[in-house]
Ligand binder design. Structure first.
Ligand code: GTP
Ligand code: SPV
Ligand code: MN
Length: 580
């Protein structure tokens, strides 16, 4: 196979001259191709068969122990001007980055196959969808891209028709962490990744394309590419509403997108449109509409059980690729908080010994087609996307941030998003549990200067008077003993209900300087084991602490200098004034 697109043909030729693979293979995206690659990886040891009786078509991949998460310190945005990448990104001059990567790619595919993966992010017939081509020497990447994107023949046909695509070059290299780089060239719509076979570093359609490159494209073209789940909520009258929510990595997007309402919410149905990324466009009527550019879920495994996330748990009983989980004596996958079975072999392939730490890596992942989820919404395939009623920001904060609050208007909502902070998680290498600023949950993913990104967000206020309401949530408040104050998971439905009621003007609120909070009587806690003092903490705004917080936000904004939008500074000052 080859292509009629001259630019694509030329690029594949150039890359193969540089990387010197034994052979070139164009992926068609068929089921046959998938099964053949699985067989080859079983033979090579890249994949391990799991118990086929209890977990049919499930396989385990153990990545290199030095290669288990995104590497933010090795991720660069290479714009002509350093200021365009902003203080939020590591920057390298494009010429330097190209020279560095050329040297690494030189001959790197000797003895390997070069796979060409044409893919489409979003429904193949959607005007909002965008295409890319990933070249990789990793069959693990190919099978994951098959599950995560619309990959193969149809995507290639669209590329040939449109003539435009993002070029992503990936090689697993030798996995030496000193020779690992994830480079982005937004101005050229190019990605170059070397030295990692893991998730967001290697599946280039995901964070590299659908967030870093797409966020930059979106700013040029007037839309938004966000680290957001999209959830469909149907009430007992059959009315459907859609919420998009941005939480940092490993902070609850997949769980919220698949939530099962508590017993008391009879007749309410939750379905998933997306669990990680949303592309948002204003339609002709000024309604913000969202598509999920992905077609699969690359989800955190630990913590997934029939109580926390039954939909995800049921989805991953068959036809799933597991990465870095443990196994039981009868070769079933195992992870912390699975609530059944016991580990025999840990994620590194050693006999399990608690002295070595968790059996499954804390960032172990499942890859599963979206359609396999019991709560899949067919509207995930709708080329027009779904109308968004509310945007929700959030994070993991053991202190300060209340359970939920609403912004006063769009601009104040942009401040709330830009002020987000969250504790770091195992989704990226480095320390875990350190609170850092993570505006809009996009700190690792915004492909350009945050100051320009905030200006872009603010500009939506001038383009529509029908924008979604903006909220902030925090499921992760803890008491002094480290116990979560809020039960979370399915019970988050109670908060979603308040959010929807606010959107429809059906419920009042306490007006505080940081935003509108629920009146204690309006937050449904019936049947929850939650005492009044914990509830009060969840709905409390401590003025002194918030003044400190807003000052810290002000200092953070200072890093963006003159480029910071004046309107954002004014929003921050307004809240400080109201607090003092
Ligand atoms: P990425 O795929 O990295 O973007 O993560 P995500 O945002 O989709 O997070 P996910 O839903 O996978 O949850 C990450 C971890 O947080 C899991 O261990 C969950 O069990 C836990 N978690 C999710 N929702 C809640 C909640 O409401 N309360 C508590 N306490 N924990 C939660
Ligand atoms: C995240 O870290 O936000 C993820 C996993 O969704 S990865 O694809 O590795 O980026
Ligand atoms: Mn994510």
């Amino acid at each position: 196979m080859t292509t009629q697109n001259a630019a694509l043909k030329k690029w594949v030729d150039e890359v193969s001259k540089l990387t010197k693979p034994d052979q070139i293979y164009w992926c068609d995206g068929s089921e046959n191709e998938y099964q053949r690659l699985i067989k080859e990886m079983l033979a090579s040891g890249d994949l391990i068969e799991l118990n086929q009786r209890t977990y049919p078509n499930c396989y385990l991949h153990r990545s290199d122990p030095s290669d288990v998460a995104r590497v933010e310190h090795l991720t660069f945005v290479c714009t002509d001007n350093e200021e365009d990448a902003g203080p939020n990104n590591h920057w390298m001059a494009p010429a330097d980055a190209h020279a560095k990567m050329r040297a690494l790619y030189d001959g790197c595919m000797k003895g390997r196959t070069l796979y060409v993966i044409p893919y489409c992010m979003g429904p193949i017939d959607s005007p909002y969808a965008r295409c890319g081509v990933e070249i990789t020497d990793s069959p693990y990447v190919v099978v994951n891209m098959k599950l995560m994107t619309r990959m193969g023949k149809d995507a290639l046909a669209r590329i040939e028709q449109e003539g435009r695509f993002v070029k992503g070059l990936h090689s697993t290299g030798d996995l030496n962490p000193d020779r690992r780089f994830i480079m982005h060239f937004p101005e050229q719509l190019e990605i170059q990744s070397f030295g990692s076979g893991y998730g967001g570093n290697a599946l280039l359609g995901k964070k590299c394309h659908a967030l870093r490159i797409a966020s930059w494209q979106a700013s040029q073209e007037g839309w938004l590419a966000e680290h957001m789940l999209i959830v469909e909520i149907e009430n007992p009258q059959g009315e459907k509403r859609y919420i998009a929510a941005a939480f940092p990595s490993a902070c609850g997007k997949t769980n919220l997108a698949m939530l099962i309402p508590p017993e008391s919410y009879k007749g309410w149905k939750i379905r998933t449109i997306g669990d990680d990324i949303a592309w948002l466009h204003l339609d002709a009527k000024g309604q913000l509409r969202a598509i999920n550019p992905e077609s699969g879920y690359f989800g955190v495994v630990p913590g997934t059980n029939p109580k926390t996330n039954k939909n995800a748990y049921d989805s991953i009983q068959h036809d799933t690729i597991y990465t870095n989980v443990a196994t039981t004596a009868d070769n079933e996958p195992w992870w912390e908080d699975k609530k059944s079975g016991t580990p025999a072999i840990d994620w590194k392939g050693r006999p399990y010994d608690p002295a070595n730490g968790p059996a499954a890596h804390p960032n172990s992942r499942f890859t599963v087609p979206a359609k396999q989820s019991p709560c899949y919404s067919p509207l995930a395939d709708d080329p027009a996307g779904v109308p968004i009623s509310a945007i929700v920001f959030g994070g993991r904060r053991r202190e300060l941030a209340p359970l939920v609050y609403q912004s006063k208007d769009w601009k104040h909502g942009v401040l709330i998003g830009a002020s987000c902070a969250s504790e770091t998680t195992a989704a990226a290498t480095g320390a875990v549990g350190v609170t850092r600023r993570d505006p809009m949950a996009m700190k690792p993913f915004c492909g350009y200067n945050f100051a320009d990104y905030w200006a872009h967000w603010l500009s939506f206020a001038d383009r529509s008077d029908n924008l979604p309401e903006i909220f902030h949530v925090n499921w992760f408040r803890q008491d002094r003993d480290g116990k979560f104050l809020w039960p979370g998971f399915g019970e988050n439905m109670r908060v979603l209900k308040w959010i929807l009621d606010r959107c429809e003007g059906q419920v009042g609120a306490q007006d505080t300087p940081i935003g509108y909070l629920p009146l204690a009587a309006d937050l449904d806690t019936a049947g929850l084991q939650i005492n009044n003092s914990d509830l009060a903490s969840l709905l409390q705004v401590d003025k002194a602490q918030w003044i400190e917080e807003l000052d810290a936000v002000g200092e953070y904004f200072d890093e963006y200098g003159d480029r910071l939008p004046e309107a954002l500074r004014r929003e921050q000052e307004k809240v400080v004034n109201n607090l003092s």
